[in-house]
Design a protein around this ligand. Structure first.
Ligand code: ATP
Length: 251
């Protein structure tokens, strides 16, 4: 059974046109999937569907095999602790007025998972697994670089030991060296804990560095899906060929 699945999902904002059109894919434990496509292809809308922030106009979102139902409080609680996110901009995603210990502990508080010493223990573990020491605990976000902030955001996302991490352009705002380091952190988490990853990106280079499977989205529809290596070496559609051709080559 898949952890998280879109089954024939479509979506339109208000009475507008369909921006996600009959999309199906699933995410299993330990898997990493890249969702790529140009601006406006529908990547963020798919993330919002997977997070239950919006409901599909037709089709379904399934978590642990069951359709997401906002009225089922038990299911939604399990869903919220099992599916977490990391966003693109590490500068705006961390509250500048809060210290790192409070920021990372936030999901434990809001989901009522742990408090006091138990929470401190979990925060320490989460920071260690992204390569940060306990000496960061009493500091504020402005004292950290973009890459360190993104590690802090990842620590916050994994503190409640989720099964799936949805990462929305998690390295796009970082320089190339820092990108590699953050991708290494994500890869290690996947390999060591079985965390499933969905990485949304307009950039196939970052996806290729992390994801074994890639889904190519164009105008709200999946136009190609398969092994990332295969898509890079022999893209089947003109659109995927264009995305591959846009990858910067080293001289
Ligand atoms: N709140 C909204 N109201 C109306 N239309 C929207 C809204 N959000 C997105 N859209 C439209 O839905 C389509 C898909 O947008 P979406 O943001 O999902 O694409 P994307 O692939 O994530 O793009 P980007 O890479 O630029 O973030 C676009 O045509 C966009 O203009």
């Amino acid at each position: 059974m898949s952890l998280l699945e879109l089954r024939g999902a479509s979506f339109a904002y208000g009475r507008g046109r369909t921006v996600v059109d009959d999309v199906s894919f699933s995410i299993d434990a330990g898997e990493s999937i890249g969702l790529v496509g140009e601006s406006g292809a529908g990547k963020s809308t798919i993330l919002s569907l997977l997070l239950g922030l919006i409901a599909p106009t037709s089709g379904a979102v399934l978590f642990d095999g069951a359709p997401l139902a906002r009225r089922d409080r038990g299911l939604m609680r399990r869903f919220r602790s099992s599916v977490q996110t990391v966003y693109q901009d590490p500068y705006s995603s961390l509250d500048p007025r809060q210290r790192i210990d409070r920021i990372v502990a936030e999901p434990l508080r809001s989901l009522d998972i742990a408090a006091g010493d138990a929470a401190r223990e979990r925060v320490g573990e989460a920071l260690a697994s992204v390569g940060l020491d306990r000496d960061v605990l009493r500091r504020f976000p402005h004292e950290f670089s973009g890459g360190q902030r993104q590690r802090i955001a990842i620590a916050r996302a994994i503190v409640c030991r989720p099964k799936v991490l949805l990462a929305d352009e998690p390295v796009s705002a970082l320089d190339v060296t820092t990108r590699i380091q953050v991708i290494d952190v994500l890869r290690r988490l996947r390999d060591e804990t079985g965390l499933a990853l969905l990485m949304v990106s307009h950039d196939l280079t970052s996806v290729a560095a992390l994801c074994e499977r890639t889904i190519v989205l164009k105008d709200g529809s999946v136009v190609e899906e398969g092994d990332t290596g295969g898509i890079l070496t022999s893209p089947a559609t003109a659109y995927a060929r264009q995305l591959v051709a846009a990858i910067p080559r080293l001289p």
